[in-house]
Design a protein around this ligand. Sequence first.
Ligand code: NAP
Length: 328
Amino acid sequence: MKIAIIGASGYAGGELIRLLVHHSTADVVCATSRKLAGTPLDQVHPQLKGFTSLNFENPEIDAIDADVAFLAVPHTAAMTYAGKLLSRGIKVVDLSADYRLPKEIYEKAYGVPHTDYFPAPYGIPEIHRKDCIGAKFVSNPGCFPTGATLAAAPLARYAHTVIYDSKTGVSGAGDNPSATTHYPNVGDNIGPYKLTSHRHLAEMKQELSHLGSAAKCYFTPHLVPVNRGILTTAHILLNEPMDQKDVENLYRDYYKDEYFVRFQKPSLAAVRGSNFCDIMVESEGSRVVAVSAIDNLVKGASGQAIQNMNLMCGLKEQDGLMHPGMLP
Ligand SMILES: NC(=O)c1ccc[n+]([C@@H]2O[C@H](COP(=O)([O-])OP(=O)(O)OC[C@H]3O[C@@H](n4cnc5c(N)ncnc54)[C@H](OP(=O)(O)O)[C@@H]3O)[C@@H](O)[C@H]2O)c1
């Protein structure tokens, strides 16, 4: 299976290539970067030395020869490529935000017009698997909404309010340096940002609604000095109290067939480099605290994108994703 990665010099693109090394049938044949066209991949991604002899190339969309393309480019760029790739019969997984929300909500949340809108399956397979199987296009969810939604999903329809408090590693911001990600500002430090207005809130609300919940939803992210990972504490305020045993049974039953959801005390290190989402729940009656941990670049981006590709192509869902975490 020939794979093209548009935006391969970034963090999500590099991670796609790293994970696909272990895929049984996927072969990355095209990796794009406009700034680095002609440069060997391993000069930018030294972790891949010995695993690829490709050079970056310009994204010449009309010339790409692939079965599946991953769009690992910023939002607004993905919408200029998705339709063209699809019209050439190439299946597409979009890692950007361009197809995660209905047009009007996207335009409001991102403050830009959508120039090539079409509806798409929202690829959290644990919740939308049926829509992803055999699809030609899947919109890969945001990293925060993935961890948050998996933490709250089993209780969503019993809740009147859900408050997500997330801590994220710095690679979530991509490889473009900024004052926020500058080491002296991040190292030995922790701080909140976008206290009430992060764009991912729209996806979180959309998923609660999809799960049959009318709960109010709030979200505040914090930047912590680690490279990878998102830990989300979900405070789920219930309409009726539920005891610990019932909550645990509900979660275990909800995820009983889900390979990538594990029940144990979440920690970023235990999921680092892996496609797992670790969850822990505790009830104090009408408030349940559910905590999830994911690697933002794997379950929050490239791993989940490969999970979606596998579903789209009728492959084993875990293909290429059988990596345990990296602790310590
Ligand atoms: N980082 C995460 O944890 C994470 C998690 C979930 C989703 N995502 C999403 O995944 C996408 C990639 O994220 P990232 O963190 O990997 O970003 P990144 O590190 O900034 O990389 C962006 C990549 O896109 C390419 N690119 C930028 N503008 C382009 C354009 N107009 N046309 C073609 N290529 C373009 C860049 O190379 P050139 O500029 O050289 O072409 C680079 O290879 C984003 O939409 C992001 O929101 C990221």
